[in-house]
Design a binder for this molecule. Structure first.
Ligand code: GDP
Length: 481
């Protein structure tokens, strides 16, 4: 049964060809009182259809009607450049590295320098190969996009200053990249400084189970000076090597699909958006749908502020012509039929009004037992924050040991400190539950948690935390009223 999330009880009854009263009764047995025209969330839809012997497959809203994203025939796939994000602790040199790379771009002579910030840029290296860099460094932007559903980064460069070593945001950056399954290349920076101790960085990484290649591990690592550009070329070679292993490919000859990098309302030009094409070819005149906004591409500009007629996979481009500003991380599709585009845009706007801005329903502790019982839940992702290192380690270890044959418990991030916005965004992007031990969420974190509907659990006794998660996994947790 192919359904979109948020179909109504009535629509579901029609699809399964049963009276709507049976749907309502089934919801009631789950403790939900629904009306005929009430929209149901994904979990309820899955549970109810299960009861009537259907297996559901969720198709996202953009696929409603005819926008089927077809599997590409392998013969149509061609190599595409890697898309890279630079992450690391504040002041460790992210901006300096991106600036140096932008200036060292060899295409500058023939194609003009990169003159405007559009959120991403593509550089050509001496060996004629290209890399696309996302120009908003940091794991916050990376995870915020991922929470919207966009996975655009292929490789993360994690930069660590050799005079400062691994810092809290370095750990966060590493965990955010790992939670996304994005391969990491380490850049040990500021090696020109007298106090630089690159081996201390290698050692700290080894202690986190990230053994670098020169120490016999699998993680590529390069010493650089971002300020002077020393060894940056070698760093980029290693990024290319990583890219080769990923065998990045896309079909460049179909209607474009990709993600929004940033968008704003410009006084003179109307709505402008930077799009990153992930597959296909985007051309001036194309009809684009992104979230609940749409429009024909009136003009396109590259990062060199030159007008362009078309762009292919992994290329960023600034476009004019949308009738609104879609959020960063929103997908976009090129479509044929204007009426259909308007229909979908309207439907999405309506859903947004009805559902608030809630994008997606995330897992809560109360649901786990039920989800395990119906067999569609195999991994429980947790983020553990606490007041002291020792208790965080103890708690994380005990939680991981709760893993059973049916369900794997992962601690995707653990750190000392209060629960931050970045923790909540990581939870949203990775469908995780946040556990605070002797710490609380900041006001901003609490607001986002509410909006994104992230389950945040606070404990002051380790035993309580372990017992509660265990009970939840056994389906013994009594729902919170
Ligand atoms: P970001 O916060 O990670 O973006 O860090 P920045 O790139 O803004 O760098 C912070 C400071 O460190 C700036 O004053 C830079 O000039 C300096 N810096 C960055 N990289 C290097 C480096 O390789 N060597 C030296 N000596 N200074 C650096």
């Amino acid at each position: 049964l192919k359904v979109t999330e948020f179909v109504t009880a009535n629509e579901m009854a029609n699809m399964m060809d049963i009276p709507v009263t049976q749907i309502i009764a089934s919801c009631m047995s789950l403790g939900l009182f629904v009306s005929i025209n009430q929209r149901l969330d994904a979990e309820t839809i899955a549970l109810v259809s299960e009861e009537f012997g259907y297996k559901v497959e969720f198709v996202s809203l953009e696929l409603i009607d005819s926008i089927q994203e077809e599997e590409d025939d392998p013969a149509t796939l061609k190599d595409r450049p890697a898309i890279v994000t630079v992450m690391g602790h504040v002041d460790h040199g992210k901006t300096s590295l991106l600036d140096f790379i932008r200036k060292a771009d060899v295409a500058a002579d023939e194609a003009g320098g990169i003159t405007q910030h559009i959120g991403a840029y593509s550089v050509k290296l001496e060996n004629d190969r290209q890399i696309t860099f996302l120009d908003t460094p940091g794991h916050e932007a990376f995870t915020a996009m991922r929470a919207r559903g966009a996975q655009v980064t292929d490789i993360a460069i994690i930069i660590i200053a050799a005079n400062d070593s691994v810092m809290p945001q370095t750990v966060e950056a590493i965990n955010h990249a790992s939670a996304a399954g994005v391969p990491i290349v380490f850049a040990i920076s500021k090696i020109d400084l007298p106090g630089a101790n690159p081996d201390k960085v290698r050692e700290s990484l080894a202690n986190m189970n990230y053994l670098v290649e020169d120490w016999g591990g699998k993680y590529q690592c390069q010493e650089v000076s971002a300020k002077h550009g020393t060894n940056v070329k070698d760093l980029l070679e290693k990024v290319l090597l990583e890219a080769d292993m990923l065998e990045l490919k896309a079909n460049p000859d179909k209607g474009a699909v990709g993600s929004v990098i940033e968008s704003t309302l410009d006084k003179g030009r109307g709505y402008v958006a930077t799009l990153l094409v992930q597959a296909g070819r985007l051309k001036v005149g194309d009809l684009i749908l992104s979230g609940s906004y749409y429009g024909h591409v009136k003009a396109m500009f590259n990062e060199r502020n030159q007008k362009v007629e078309s762009v292919g996979p992994s290329e960023p481009v600034l476009i004019l012509g949308l009738n609104g500003a879609p959020q960063a991380g929103e997908k976009f599709h090129v479509m044929e039929n204007e009426k259909e585009v308007k229909d979908i845009a309207n439907k999405r706007q309506q859903l947004q009004r009805e559902q608030g801005m809630r994008a997606q329903k995330h897992i809560t502790l109360d649901e786990i037992g039920r989800r395990i019982a119906i067999g569609n839940f195999q991994e429980l992702n947790l983020i553990v924050k606490g007041d002291v290192d020792g208790s965080i380690e103890a708690l994380a270890d005990s939680l991981i040991k709760l893993s059973t044959e049916e369900i794997q418990v992962n601690v995707i991030h653990k750190a000392v400190g209060g629960i931050s916005e970045s923790d909540i965004m990581l939870a949203a992007a990775s469908n995780a539950i946040v556990i605070g031990f002797q710490v609380r969420p900041s006001l901003a974190a609490r607001r986002i948690a509410e909006k994104e509907q992230i389950d945040v659990r606070l404990y002051s006794i380790i035993y309580d935390a372990i017992e509660e998660i265990k009970a939840a996994m056994e389906g013994m947790l009594s729902p919170e009223i």
